[in-house]
Design a protein around this ligand. Structure first.
Ligand code: ADP
Length: 588
């Protein structure tokens, strides 16, 4: 049986020991540093007679789940080939590149010439994996929805397998901020919030999606939200901040629980641990390609591939689709929403490419609301990830074009800002703030790894004056100074005659200045597979497809035109559990 190896203390166990060949010269250890996705990766490499013997990761702020393959498989591959001339790990490209650059720098320092091996990456051969196997429930996609379904099905006595096409689990659920809405949660009374209800949450969700969501499904979401959150807390062991909630736009009250660390890593780590404890096989690098139906039209399994080899997973009860959205598939995004064209990068996990939606469609499912795609305006022009450091915008940072002029109200809707940015020279903008703005919430201090990484990437800088900002950004200095003077002159609520900044502009006349380059990215795909309130997949004429359930971002009826912040996690846990339970029952 295959188990996804749970990553505990990855960095501590990264030491891959080599055997020193008999040598005359003493082994030498040097350190090297490369830039990963979240700042510096520093490694200590031991060389003996020009060959790498050992690599230890000394410092890394990479996401431990995503970078797991880099710091285990790839690390060993570098040792085995004595080369950094190897493939990067799919889904962890930036971590991979940073790690390889760090090893290269250590080699340069040691005066060691590494081999130009350019060998193919070591293929993971699942030797023990039969070409055909039978389970009660097959779950496709190891994000939050898939884990919730698999764990719930297992607890109902089903024999379950979880298939994931990427080398690492987690999908968008891992890299999300992972706030989770639940009305009447245990934190609300501490903040004096006593007027929330599942009904109000449902109303907000429906309204926030321009009344295009399915109210029956929304009601299931909001009425099961608290139970789902308690399941995460009490059964999975997810830690939430117990004195703070997130207040996303479109909600009547603060109701989003915040996981410790403010990311999905807290959830996915707990999901992995629980799946391992329950002996649920999680097979990575396994891509579902086609659903299998019997003569009666019931879905009875899935055909999948790993490294080009075909595998069949039969499902006695049924299949749960939990394959996420299609934000990382530029062509598909453009097909359904031509306004979001190739100029957009994505904040999303690389596995969110949506081909499983077509797989469901071929099996008879209706795809709905596909054109409703949310963009996020302020993202890294190199990787596409959200620039949390530029959340200074919510406190008064201004957005400038290359000509040094403001062009939009900085607190406008995400789609409005995205379009406005793309209409500027080069399709990007600069976000500028000073430490007067940083006094409210000091995003530079809150996000030190981003600060390091963006500064090193050359898209961000810190300056004592505006001349230095103009030199860095190559904006015309006179115009920049004029814009900043005008902003300062119009400071305070209600004074912005140019763009009507709803909170009021700030005094930007002096202090330390920060500037970062930003572009919009595709963020969440609201459309997808049509389900009913039981998470059953339905056809265009509303008939259930027997043996097929779906949950999470791959479904398309919950959020309408626009997903409210904090609803994605509620959605994946609530409907993942419903789908997993139903598929397990169907196997009985
Ligand atoms: P959700 O938030 O709905 O759980 P995620 O994006 O977190 O969605 O997770 C979806 C997961 O499904 C991702 O890890 C993605 O790589 C995986 N996936 C997508 N398509 C397939 C497929 N055809 N076969 C196996 N896994 C898939």
């Amino acid at each position: 049986m295959l188990h996804q190896k749970f990553l505990t203390s990855a960095v501590a166990t990264l030491c891959a020991l080599g055997f020193a060949a008999a040598s005359t010269a003493a082994p030498i250890t040097t350190e090297g540093t490369g830039v990963g996705k979240h700042g510096d990766i520093t490694v200590a490499v031991t060389f003996d007679n020009g060959k790498i013997q050992n690599i230890k990761v000394v410092k890394s702020a990479e996401n431990p789940v995503l970078a797991q393959e880099v710091f285990t498989t790839q690390l060993q591959h570098v040792i085995d080939t004595n080369s950094v001339d190897i493939d990067t790990i799919s889904g962890a490209t930036f971590s991979s590149q940073g790690f390889l650059a760090a090893v290269k720098q250590a080699a340069d320092k040691a005066g060691v010439k590494l081999d130009k091996a350019a060998q193919k990456a070591v293929k993971k051969v699942a030797k023990t994996l039969p070409k055909e196997s039978t389970y009660d429930v097959v779950v496709i996609g190891a994000g939050g929805a898939g884990f919730s379904a698999a764990i719930t099905a297992k607890n109902k006595g089903a024999n379950v397998v979880l298939l994931e096409k990427m080398p690492a689990v987690g999908g968008n659920s891992l890299i999300s901020g992972a706030e989770m809405n639940a009305a009447q949660n245990w934190v609300q009374p501490k903040l004096g919030i006593t007027n929330d209800s599942p009904e109000l949450h449902a109303k907000d969700t429906y309204k926030g999606g321009d009344e295009k969501g399915d109210m029956k499904v929304i009601n299931v979401l909001t009425h099961n939200a608290l139970d789902a959150a308690k399941w995460c807390r009490d059964y999975l062991g997810v830690r939430f901040e117990d004195d703070n909630l997130f207040f996303f736009g479109g909600h009547s009250v603060k109701r989003a629980l915040i996981p410790v660390g403010h990311t999905g890593t807290e959830f996915i780590a707990k999901f992995q641990a629980k799946a391992q404890e329950l002996n649920i096989p999680v097979i990575t690098n396994m891509k579902a390609e086609e659903l299998i139906k019997d003569k009666t039209g019931r879905v009875t399994g899935v055909k999948a591939t790993m490294d080009g080899e075909a595998y069949t997973f039969n499902a006695k009860g049924g299949v749960v689709l939990a394959t996420g959205g299609f934000g990382a598939n530029k062509a598909m995004v453009k097909k359904y929403n031509p306004k979001i064209d190739e100029r957009f990068m994505t904040t999303d996990a690389p596995g969110t490419t949506g081909e499983a939606l077509y797989m469901a469609e071929r099996a008879g499912a209706e795809l709905v609301n596909m054109g409703y795609i949310q963009t996020y305006p302020i993202c890294d022009p190199i990787s596409g990830v959200i620039e949390l450091i530029a959340d200074s915008r919510f406190d008064g940072a201004i957005m400038l074009n290359q000509e040094g002029k403001r062009f939009v109200e900085e607190l406008g809707r995400r789609d409005v800002l995205s379009e406005a940015i793309l209409a500027q020279t080069g399709g990007y903008c600069w976000v500028l703030w000073n430490d007067e703005i940083g006094k409210i919430s000091n995003t530079v201090k809150e996000h030190p790894t981003e600060y390091d990484a963006f500064t090193k990437q050359g898209i961000m800088t810190t300056c004592p004056n505006l001349k230095c900002i103009a030199d860095f950004t190559k904006m015309p200095e006179d115009q920049l100074k004029a814009t900043v003077k005008r902003v300062t002159d119009m400071k305070g609520p209600g004074n912005d005659k140019d763009f009507h900044h709803r909170a009021g502009l700030m005094d930007m006349s002096q202090g330390t200045y920060y500037v970062i380059k930003a572009v919009p990215s595709t963020h969440h795909t609201m459309g997808g597979i049509k389900i009913n309130e039981k998470a059953e997949v339905v056809t265009a004429d509303g008939k259930q497809i027997p043996g097929l359930w779906a949950a999470g971002e791959c479904t398309g009826v919950t959020h309408g035109t626009n997903r409210l912040g904090g609803n994605a996690y509620t959605d994946i846990i609530v409907f993942g559990r419903i789908a997993g339970a139903a598929a397990a029952d169907a196997a009985k």
